[in-house]
Design a protein around this ligand. Sequence first.
Ligand SMILES: C[S@@+](CC[C@H](N)C(=O)[O-])C[C@H]1O[C@@H](n2cnc3c(N)ncnc32)[C@H](O)[C@@H]1O
Length: 243
Amino acid sequence: MSEIENFGDYETIEKHIIRPPIPNALKKYWNNRYNLFSRFDEGIWLDYQSWYSVTPERVAYSIAQSIFESHKPELVIDAFSGCGGNTIQFAKFCPVISIELDPIKIAMAKHNLAIYEIPSSRVTFIQGDVLDVLRSIDFASQYRTIIFMSPPWGGPSYSGKSTYSLNDLIPYTFDILYKEAFRITPYIAAFLPKNTDIDELAQYSTDKNRIVVTNFLYEGYSKAICCYFNMKNVLASTALQQV
Ligand SMILES: C[S@@+](CC[C@H](N)C(=O)[O-])C[C@H]1O[C@@H](n2cnc3c(N)ncnc32)[C@H](O)[C@@H]1O
């Protein structure tokens, strides 16, 4: 039994792991499982919601690499850890604090990190509401910290909208999240829907603080964007990326 299985009540966690037969609504994500985690067959755990929420491995790696190469952070705060898609990749480069409301997802993330051979000392998980936790970790402002946010987009239906408003993020609007994160560090990255309202985003840009937006393409189509705020050193060459 792995260390992770000792976290919380394994029987409770086990009930949430999606295994074949895969529900119809998740089949397209299951078919894409090796893009989500190249080491999927080593025993990755995902709950229902995480199947459509996790950041695919190559995208998560690219974001982590861009942030590390441009800003050499001493600490990354992954504000919405989920089952660990981004946390695993950040932890390859530097220590991480990962915040997540759902303890089941934290247990799954710990298990998934172990599959990727990330030492447990590399990531501190904090279970709780993102705003409460961000307010409680003021010490992070003493370090060269980057805050990465991949908040829920409200389920797969986001893609049906012609434009996605930053006010539609769940459970807090982007503005609330950005202001709370900014109290710790100006270096903020956000993983957002491909159809995010660019005019709304532009309100966070000033002459001094440009926003770099990376558009992640898959088979020629935009899938999602990552926005880097106050991080002008993120290479422009990452701006359009085929994954
Ligand atoms: C899009 S998923 C993150 C996926 C993650 N980046 C990954 O690649 O595995 C968003 C996560 O935010 C969590 N969440 C929702 N509301 C939250 C809150 N108020 N505070 C902290 N986490 C929250 C959800 O449980 C969900 O796991």
